[in-house]
Design a protein around this ligand. Structure first.
Ligand code: 7PJ
Length: 260
């Protein structure tokens, strides 16, 4: 899964055309590099990030979704927690709704129950982006996240969403200390007991930067290491910025696994 950010801070402000044009070029490159899913995000969920209005998020995401679907044959995922963005996204051909709040916001379960085709990624987060890194606490990290997944899976099926549409993501960096993030990476295989595909997003995150003391643009090697470990732990989808390098690394792992 290649990450396509359409938040304003990721663009020099050249207006709507330049935004779409730049997004299309990025998407084209990621597809050429081997991405099978493009994840479009219009809300920054970085620790401390500000909230975005429905209107602004729709204006950022929907034109890019339409443009990618008109041009490429690829699964587009929409990284959003807003029911209105999910609904419009489905209307314009999103293949996956990727929600860091696991459909806990008002109206999301209803929107997703109305459509029976689109995939859904349920991510675990403790707290909210503004404060989630202030002293995260777990009784037992893996058990607590497993219970959260079970509760959200139940909420989905009770709302009329087929279980087979669900993808689970433990949410690296979302309300987890450095040690908790690495413990999660080491134990991710345990979520396989829930019998749903696992997605892992680790690319360039603080857990890499803080461990290695590297700035955001110096985290490629660390990111590749986490991608390999996540795949070995059974992750089926790896969400990354550096598609080409990650695909190469995963091909090496795959060849090794096949010829074991
Ligand atoms: C994730 C995400 C993640 C899923 C972001 C960043 C922060 N969606 N959206 N999993 N992270 N499913 O990329 O650093 O880990 S935004």
């Amino acid at each position: 899964m290649g990450i396509l950010n359409v938040t304003p801070d990721s663009f020099s402000d050249g207006g709507q055309f330049s935004r779409i044009d730049s997004a299309l070029r990025q998407a084209e490159q990621m597809i050429a590099d081997g991405a099978t899913i493009i994840d479009i995000g219009g809300e920054s969920t970085r620790p401390g990030a500000k909230e975005v209005s429905v209107k602004d998020e729709l204006a950022r995401v929907i034109p890019v979704l339409k443009a990618i679907n008109a041009r490429f044959n690829i699964i587009v995922s929409i990284d959003t927690s807003k029911a209105a963005v999910m609904s419009e996204g489905i209307t314009y051909g999103a293949g996956i709704i990727n929600d860091v709040r696991a459909l806990q916001n008002e109206g999301c379960l209803t929107v997703l129950a109305q459509d029976q085709g689109v995939g859904i990624c349920l991510m675990h987060m403790q707290g909210l982006p503004r404060t989630m890194q202030h002293n995260p606490h777990y009784v037992n990290l893996i058990d607590d996240i497993t219970i959260f997944f079970q509760e959200r899976i139940l909420a989905c099926t009770q709302a009329g969403i087929n279980r087979s549409r669900l993808i689970l993501d433990p949410g690296f960096g979302f309300g987890k200390s450095l040690e908790q993030n690495y413990s999660l990476l080491a134990n991710m295989a345990k979520f396989q007991c829930l019998d749903l595909p696992i997605l892992a997003g680790l690319s360039r995150k603080s857990m890499i930067g803080n461990l290695l003391n590297r700035e955001i643009n110096e985290r490629l090697a660390g990111s590749l290491a986490t991608a390999i470990i996540a795949a070995q732990q059974g992750a089926r989808i790896i969400r990354v910025h550096d598609v080409k390098e990650t695909v190469d690394a995963l091909k090496v792992l795959e060849a090794t696994t096949i010829n074991r």
